[in-house]
Design a protein around this ligand. Structure first.
Ligand SMILES: Nc1ncnc2c1ncn2[C@@H]1O[C@H](COP(=O)(O)OP(=O)(O)O)[C@@H](O)[C@H]1O
Ligand SMILES: O=C(CO)[C@@H](O)[C@H](O)COP(=O)(O)O
Length: 515
């Protein structure tokens, strides 16, 4: 039996999982790490935390599974997209990574649009300049930390930093590279035009592969630290959304996924490049060679429930510790006590600004319609419903682009919740299916490793062999009617508050002396 390892450098933690070639999870391990927010709207992590978590979880998986490391045929890497890791000539990290949900770079986005030209930027990178993407983060360092900028020797994405530590190679692959905004997305290669015009040295970019291609081998040093066999092949892998899509079988037209991780993503496969003219959803290369995908991204999906848990879930946290279970399970049970629609309590999940559909880094979270009769149950459920409304925004744009939708698969940490899946079925008015694996990106990365090392013939063949549908939740008609009504109110709230968001951002800037 061949075994495949997937390593997912997530925002909340790193998950490593070992699978057999039939798609069964043999062992998995997770290690969390902090997210630093030095200012409102800023988000940073320490690459060393990712590496320590990767080493620790690989060791745990090897020890739990008792699989001989020589039976591990390949390793696939995946992780949070867009994060900027800067290395100097010695391969040392120059500053904490500025990650995907950081919102400090609106001025740099305007600068990029000005330098390249709006239409040309979309023609090459398939997307408008966005605060989430890597290019604006690099430009921020250029503008604000020139002493660091001048020491840059390589720019890597989170999973590609782990590749460097694991294999010594500087490499990425097309799906994650698409989110840097340095890639020519239709041609699947770096754009010299973009990097030259932005004053970025072309040599700073790593080699770019197709996702299943072998990009390097586990080094002697990494093998000693982790227990892996030196020489084990490491394939390109994918950004967490593309790899997660492979792990959910989103490799053909019609089947789409709705993922609630820290962010929330609705993801659809495309066999040609299609672009939303308003730039509200992203068009990127898929991890299936020579195909693309479109995805809508809501910034604060699972993050919203995590924020609730950390700030108001003390009771659940204590009780869960005592019972030896996950506090989210208790939060689900609390939310279940509230009725659909939460009697008019509506939550806008814009804790880290918003991408789809508003592209507004200044948007903020809101509880609207709070009254004295509302309690904790309604507040927790409203968070889950607000996230589902935001995912519906993504779904509607994807449908508007003419992308075929015949099945929606739930995924991500939030997809583990039966209640949250039902809320999605009701808000989307669509059946929600689940598959045999809940490991999403790590599973997809492992399947990509299987393709690159000859265990499977192609990515669709790998999905065929390893992925099975195991459940479906149907929309409940009476709930659909309630949610349809509240969704209309939800959509209007952002526009009612847009100017106030901007005013608050200005006040905050003045108060912090940045005006
Ligand atoms: N049992 C659960 N019920 C509801 N939500 C959950 C549950 N377990 C996890 N989550 C949600 O999933 C999120 C983490 O998802 P995950 O896919 O692990 O994130 P990431 O890949 O971004 O690190 C949490 O922030 C939480 O909101
Ligand atoms: O920014 C995006 C996709 O464009 C995010 O999806 C990140 O890739 C982080 O993912 P999670 O931590 O939520 O899995």
């Amino acid at each position: 039996m061949a075994y495949l390892l997937g390593i997912d450098i997530g925002t909340s933690g790193t998950k490593t999982a070992l699978f057999d070639e039939l798609g069964n999870t043999v062992a998995s391990a997770t290690q969390e790490y902090p997210l630093y927010q030095p200012q409102i709207g800023w988000a940073e992590q320490e690459p060393e935390d990712w590496w320590n978590a990767a080493v620790e979880t690989i060791k745990q998986v090897l020890s739990k599974s008792s699989v001989d490391p020589s039976d591990i045929k390949g390793i696939g890497l995946t992780g949070q997209m867009h994060g900027m890791v800067l290395l100097d000539k010695e391969g040392k990290v120059l500053r904490p990574a500025i990650i995907w949900c950081d919102q400090r770079t609106q001025e740099e986005c305007d600068q990029i649009t000005e330098i390249i030209g709006k239409d040309r930027l979309i023609e090459i990178t398939a997307n408008p300049a966005l605060t989430g993407f890597t290019a604006s983060k690099v430009m921020w360092v250029k503008n604000h930390q020139p002493e660091i900028f001048e020491k840059i020797n390589k720019i890597l994405l989170p999973k590609d930093y782990i590749r460097y530590r694991l294999t010594g190679e500087f490499a990425t692959e097309v799906s994650d590279a698409s989110g840097m905004q340095f890639l020519d997305v239709p041609r699947r290669t770096w754009s010299r035009e973009i990097v030259d015009k932005l004053g970025i040295d072309y040599e700073w970019l790593p080699a770019v592969y197709e996702s299943p291609e072998v990009s390097g081998k586990v080094s002697q040093q990494a093998a000693q630290l982790t227990g892996l066999l030196p020489g084990t092949p490491v394939v390109g892998g994918g950004g967490d959304q593309a790899a997660g899509a492979v792990g959910n079988g989103i490799v053909k037209p019609g089947v789409i996924s709705s993922t609630i991780g820290t962010s929330g993503v609705v993801f659809a496969y495309m066999d040609q490049v299609k672009i939303d003219p308003k730039g509200r959803v992203h068009t990127f290369c898929h991890a299936v060679p020579n195909t693309w995908h479109v995805m809508g991204v809501t910034q604060g999906a699972g993050l919203s429930l995590q924020w609730m848990r950390n700030n108001f879930g003390g009771m659940e946290r204590e009780l869960a510790k005592f019972m030896g279970i996950d506090p989210y399970v208790l939060m689900d049970a609390e939310a279940e006590k509230a009725v659909p629609g939460c009697q008019g309590l509506i939550y806008l999940p814009y804790l880290m600004g918003e991408r789809t559909p508003h592209l507004d880094p200044y948007a903020k979270g809101v509880f609207f319609g709070l009254s004295a009769k509302h309690g904790r149950s309604e507040m927790i459920r409203a968070v889950m419903e607000g996230v589902a409304y935001s995912l519906r925004d993504c779904l509607e744009i994807i449908k508007e682009m003419g992308v075929q939708v015949s099945e929606v698969r739930a995924s991500g940490g939030g997809g583990k919740s039966k209640l949250w899946r039902q809320i999605q079925a009701d808000v989307f008015n669509s059946p929600i299916t689940t598959i045999n694996s809940t490991e999403g990106p790590a599973f997809g990365a492992a399947l990509l490793a299987g393709v690159g090392t000859g265990v499977y013939g192609s990515v669709p063949e790998a999905c065929e062999a390893a992925i099975k549908r195991v459940g479906v939740q149907q929309p409940i008609e009476s709930n659909v009617r309630v949610y349809d009504k509240y969704y209309e109110v939800y959509k209007g709230l952002y526009y009612a508050l847009k100017d106030s968001y901007l005013k608050v951002a200005q006040i905050e800037r003045e108060l912090s002396g940045q005006a």
